[in-house]
Design a protein around this ligand. Structure first.
Ligand SMILES: [Fe+2]
Length: 205
């Protein structure tokens, strides 16, 4: 998709699937590194290594130009997280519907190191219109204990569709979206699978 179309989609829908941000082979190497605990490093060191290896890909084209144009005066990375989730990670906080809170025009950039097709652990998104309705109806509370995995009855009461958007992300693809305007949740991987993702929070500088 040409840059201007990507930008239009991002500005209009506040989410965008960008294929091939990190080469697939590189993703496989990073996963292997993590699983083999190369050089006897701890999980934390391995996560740090993976984040450091992934960050330079944000400065590669076409993502670099897209971020430059979207953020106009540049951006800062204020958060970076590597996750290797299993189906047993029930305490993972982001599996319930929520909005993040922070600076306007911020974006979340997820890089999937293995494909959704493989593990089914997608990130689901609800469009801005329905996210606002849900927020105004109190269905997207800050309080972690009050968040829900299923908002279909709330959406039914509001008279809107309960369909969520999930992109078919392949290994190395990125998902870019506004976490403050679009309600979202992450799915845990299917039994026997693992979901490896890197997530950067970008704010205008
Ligand atoms: Fe979030």
């Amino acid at each position: 998709m040409p840059l201007n179309e990507q930008l239009t989609q991002l500005e209009t829908h506040l989410s965008l699937h960008i294929p091939n941000v990190v080469p697939t082979l590189f993703c496989e190497t990073l996963i292997h590194y993590y699983e083999e605990k190369a050089f006897d490093k701890s999980d934390t060191d391995s996560a740090e290594f993976i984040l450091t290896e992934c960050m330079p890909w944000l400065s590669e084209e076409p993502l670099n130009s897209l971020l430059k144009v979207y953020f106009n005066n540049g951006y800062q990375i204020i958060g970076s997280v590597f996750d290797a989730l299993t189906p047993e990670d029930k305490d993972y906080l982001s599996t319930t519907w929520h909005l993040d809170y922070g600076v306007n025009r911020s974006l979340k950039l997820f890089i999937y190191l293995n494909s959704v097709e493989e593990h089914q652990g997608n990130t689901l998104i609800i469009d801005q219109y329905r996210s606002e309705l849900l927020r105004d109806a109190g269905a997207l509370p800050l309080d972690l204990d009050k968040r829900k995995e299923d908002l279909s009855s709330e959406m039914q009461s509001l008279g809107v569709s309960n369909e969520a958007l999930g992109y078919d992300l392949k290994a190395g693809d990125a998902l870019l979206f506004s976490p403050f305007l679009l309600a979202h949740r992450c799915l845990l991987p299917a039994p026997g699978q693992k979901r490896y993702t890197v997530c950067f929070t970008l704010i205008p500088s």
